[in-house]
Design a protein around this ligand. Structure first.
Ligand code: SAM
Length: 687
């Protein structure tokens, strides 16, 4: 690894991890120093006390956070995540304030941070374990942060700490590039803005990049009048550049022996309208913390497949009441398979920061692991069974050389021997493979149960006939199963009914419909001994699983019985849902071609097999459809996940909820444009 990252020839979106050196601080504690820049991550006097003094006190966070209105979101952005000490200090303050201020129950903190040279997990664990001994009040946030710390790949990693209403977006890559990707304009919606900046680059004399004009142009773009900033530095360059980009600066006493530091207030941001829609941090709402905008209190989500469930969850986590409707039942459509394999379509690493599949995979596996903890507390089956998965690279767009560029904890290639031992396969050469250690099987029924247990999500069966939008609200009319006509109103409606979305609103692209059938059977004890031990991907996929309690509510399986799942057929323009013997054979055949030794294990007679057919919805460019409908203020869509709903829906739901409520999205502006319901590619109907 290069010691001089600035001169590295790597493409800018391939991450160089930080190199940590150790020194003794003033009180004999061992503290990290950047091996690249030769500067300290935090003060050698008392890093935590300095962080609180400079960034928390001098952005007036104790007062401003305590003054938030219910459901208000406060956004902090940081230049230089480093060891995460500033985040941890802020998090602990936020926990304290929420414990003592009941009105903050549904308020949110959004912490956006940037880091070009992220610290590897082993070093970070060492650094933060020392902090946890010095400052036990940080122990709980440290544990949560380390559990969620992402692999060191470029792009935005969203970490949601739901118990604390805290969202952390970690943008790995150059800060000015990352900030330039944050989208401001969501048509007809309030624009997001940063409320407080932590300017925490190394000293300008060691590293100028975080004090450059490019950076401050972005800082100004993302600020609004009254945005504050704080920095420990009072260097001449900093004093000069802040006013150039609209900040009024003030010199105040620095921490410890430091005579001066700077605080600043934005006075020169464009006077953007920040008051419409969901509550934002403005004077009015602060004067009256009880004030609450009524425009986004209640949303109707139509369609209770994976897109609808995750949309409901993202909105409910932001304090929005959600009525979730479906003409039959949750997971009655294509999302209701017994298990879904969570394994991304990979891309060469230099595209990874703009690759929805990778971002979606990493986010969903984090979210599902968090759901697992909730499920364990409620004595429910896990949402994600982490098994690891082996891709035989038969239909992949990446080879072993490109896989080697990924961090091993995310993707690696096993030796032939290791691959045989993990998979249980005996005969063929497995040396060309992609092994995904964090991959596994999603249990849709378990996911549904966790999401529907959210107190703000209310499911109702309703076959929706019409949606009428006015300036004040949206009215949805439909029929109950007993044919009673029902109408209800809400502030927003999100249409998540996959291939039927176009029927509900013709502005939504009429997508390609692809029937897919999954098959499963119970193997004998002898067969089981010879079947794959973990999920395998080839031109299809197979996975062993054991049915869990309540799985039978959506599929013909029996709890505690073992199964082998095989997928899947792809039949274009066929929307019937009958289970077909010939499609069992299609999935069997895919497995035989990829792994011939299975021919002697898997019966040719499939008459006892079970199956389920669903209709996949796909756009011509293969991207989902996520966003606001054209000429509408209150109608939204999330659809066209193809066969990847369990990997894509969670991050798309976050992006959608952020657009609806005027928060910063974890997806770049360019990516949001690629998902837009109004993109050019969707202007021409399919022939
Ligand atoms: N806030 C940190 C903490 O709480 O530990 C300390 C930040 S440290 C003083 C500065 C950080 O900025 C380092 O982690 C460094 O890798 C990062 N950095 C340097 N140049 C950068 C750039 N161009 N873009 C993003 N991060 C950068």
């Amino acid at each position: 690894m290069s010691n001089t990252p600035n001169k590295s020839a790597k493409p800018s979106n391939i991450i160089t991890p930080a190199k940590i050196d150790w020194q003794m601080d003033d009180t004999g504690n061992s503290v990290p120093v950047s091996g690249h820049f030769g500067d300290v991550y935090f003060s050698h006097a008392d890093g935590l006390a300095e962080s609180r003094h400079v960034f928390l006190t001098h952005n007036q966070l104790p007062e401003r956070l305590a003054d938030l209105a219910p459901t208000q979101c406060f956004t902090i952005a940081e230049l230089g995540f480093g060891t995460g000490l500033n985040l941890l200090a802020t998090w602990q303050l936020w926990q304290q304030l929420r414990d003592t201020n009941p009105h903050l129950r549904d308020a949110r903190l959004h912490f956006i941070t940037t880091e070009k040279f992220p610290i590897p997990l082993t070093d970070l664990t060492h650094i933060l374990t020392l902090w946890s001994q010095r400052a036990p009040e940080l122990t709980a946030p440290i544990k949560s942060l380390l559990a969620e710390y992402p692999p060191l790949i470029a792009g935005c990693h969203r970490l949601n700490f739901s118990d604390d209403n805290l969202t952390v977006d970690m943008w790995f890559g150059d800060a000015s590039e990352s900030l330039s990707k944050l989208a401001l304009e969501h048509v007809n919606q309030p624009a997001p803005h940063v409320d407080a900046w932590f300017l925490d680059g190394f000293a300008p004399s060691c590293n100028e990049t975080l004090w450059s004009r490019d950076i401050f142009a972005q800082v100004q773009r993302l600020s609004h009048p009254k945005t504050t900033a704080a920095t420990y530095s009072s260097a001449g360059t900093v004093k000069r550049i802040l006013p150039e980009y609209g900040f009024e600066i003030k010199k105040v006493r620095g921490f410890g022996m430091k005579r001066q530091m700077l605080t600043a207030v934005m006075t020169g941001a464009e006077n953007r309208d920040i008051s419409n829609g969901h509550e934002k941090h403005d004077e009015k709402t602060n004067e009256n913390p009880e004030a609450r905008s009524s425009t986004v209190d209640h949303t109707i989500v139509i369609g209770a497949g994976v897109s609808g469930l995750l949309t409901a969850w993202s909105l409910a986590s932001r304090g929005i009441t959600v009525t979730l409707l479906d003409k039959s039942a949750p997971l009655a459509g294509a999302s209701g398979n017994p298990r879904a394999l969570l394994a991304p379509k990979m891309t060469p690493i230099h595209h990874v920061d703009e690759h929805l599949h990778t971002i979606g995979y990493l986010y969903s596996s984090r979210l599902y692991r968090a759901f697992n903890q909730e499920a364990a507390q409620l004595n429910m089956p896990p949402v994600l069974e982490i098994t690891g998965a082996l891709d035989l690279l038969i239909k992949a767009n990446i080879g072993t050389e490109q896989i080697a560029e990924y961090p091993d904890e995310m993707a690696t290639t096993l030796s032939d021997t290791q691959a045989k031992s993990s998979s249980g396969l005996l005969e063929q050469d497995l040396s060309e493979n992609l092994y995904l250690p964090q991959s596994g099987l999603v249990n849709p029924q378990a996911l549904k149960a966790i999401i529907l247990s959210h107190p703000l999500i209310h499911f109702q069966p309703l076959d929706v006939d019409s949606i009428d939008e006015t300036d004040q609200h949206v009215c949805v009319k439909g029929r109950h199963q007993n044919q009673d006509v029902v109408s209800m109103t809400a502030d927003n409606v999100v249409i998540c009914v996959a291939f039927e979305s176009h029927q509900l609103d013709t502005r939504i692209f009429d997508c390609r419909k692809i029937r897919g059938q999954l098959s499963w059977f119970t193997p004998t004890i002898e067969q089981r001994a010879n079947l794959p031990k973990i999920p395998l991907k080839y031109s299809g996929y197979c996975a062993p699983f054991i049915a869990q309690a309540n799985d039978e509510t959506i599929n013909t399986v029996t709890a505690d019985k073992p199964y082998l799942l095989l997928g899947a057929s792809f039949i274009r323009n066929d929307t019937s849902m009958d289970v077909r013997a010939e499609e069992h054979q299609i999935s069997r055949e895919k497995l035989m071609v990829a792994i011939p030794e299975m021919a002697s294990v898997i019966p040719t007679d499939t008459s006892s097999w079970q199956g389920r057919a669903g209709i996949r919805t796909q756009t011509p460019d293969y991207h989902p459809i996520v966003g606001q409908l054209v000429d509408s203020k209150r109608l939204w869509v999330m659809s066209a996940m193809g066969a990847k709903g369990y990997a894509l829906a969670p991050i798309c739901a976050e992006a959608l909820a952020d657009m609806m409520l005027g928060s910063f999205s974890p997806l770049s502006e360019a990516m949001l444009a690629r998902l837009s319901p109004n993109r050019t590619r969707l202007q021409t109907p399919l022939t």
